[in-house]
Design a protein around this ligand. Structure first.
Ligand SMILES: Nc1nc2c(ncn2[C@@H]2O[C@H](COP(=O)(O)OP(=O)(O)OP(=O)(O)O)[C@@H](O)[C@H]2O)c(=O)[nH]1
Ligand SMILES: [Mg+2]
Length: 194
């Protein structure tokens, strides 16, 4: 998709605030700082519509972005941010679980992992959670630019093995620095929009 228009619609914390539309939705999940907001910006050719930060924990609400009047991207707060209190973490879990398990027009979740590292326990839990609820998953391995090309395969294998990756799911090597994987990501998303 060649994106000309993209805007934030709402930052929501509860279902009553979700936009009242039938548009397909694609949500972004992943560890704090993995590059969810950067991924959105790359796909929509914007520098900072989805606010990014080198400080983890930037995104704290469910942020709905309307793209080309055709779909919503939903930027979800990252997990695994150590400085968050237990109460906040429970609130986060509930907010995200409610959204993922009840939103009818949710077509797929883009589960982002860092290509450089073995997936964390929480990465694995998130992937297995999505599989359990039979929510289509697109795994995007980010920050590929930080690894030499010759090692991509090895890292991809490590990620897939740790996740117990289902080969029917899409797996995309990605970099918001070099735009690697941008077209593949759009193709995977468009497949879910029909
Ligand atoms: N080199 C490189 N840096 C990246 C890439 N993607 C994101 N980053 C950097 O990683 C940091 C975090 O990116 P964000 O997009 O804000 O991460 P996030 O997942 O939205 O984080 P939260 O909102 O805290 O959950 C920023 O400093 C980005 O510039 C990438 O593909 N390559
Ligand atoms: Mg973010």
């Amino acid at each position: 998709m060649n994106v000309h228009s993209a805007e934030i619609v709402i930052s929501a914390v509860s279902p009553a605030q979700y936009p009242y539309t039938q548009l397909p939705e694609i949500a972004l999940a992943g560890r704090s700082n993995v590059g969810k907001s950067s991924f959105i910006n790359t796909l929509i050719n914007r520098k900072n519509l989805a606010r990014t930060s080198s400080k983890p924990g930037k995104t704290q609400t469910l942020n709905f972005y309307l793209i080309e009047d055709a779909l919503h991207f939903v930027d979800v707060p990252g997990y695994g941010y150590a400085k968050v209190s237990k109460t906040e973490r429970a609130k986060w879990g509930e907010m995200i679980e409610t959204y993922l398990t009840s939103r009818e027009q949710l077509r797929a979740v883009i589960s982002l992992v860092d290509l450089r590292h073995k997936p964390t326990e929480e990465d694995i839990q998130m992937y297995q959670f999505l599989k359990y609820y039979e929510i289509p998953v697109i795994v995007v391995a980010t920050k590929a630019d930080k690894i030499p090309r010759g090692k991509w395969n090895k890292h991809e294998s490590i990620v897939k093995k740790a996740l117990d990756f289902d080969k029917n799911d899409d797996f995309i090597l990605f970099s918001s620095e070099t735009k690697l994987g941008k077209e593949a990501a759009w193709a995977a998303i468009e497949k879910r929009m029909i």
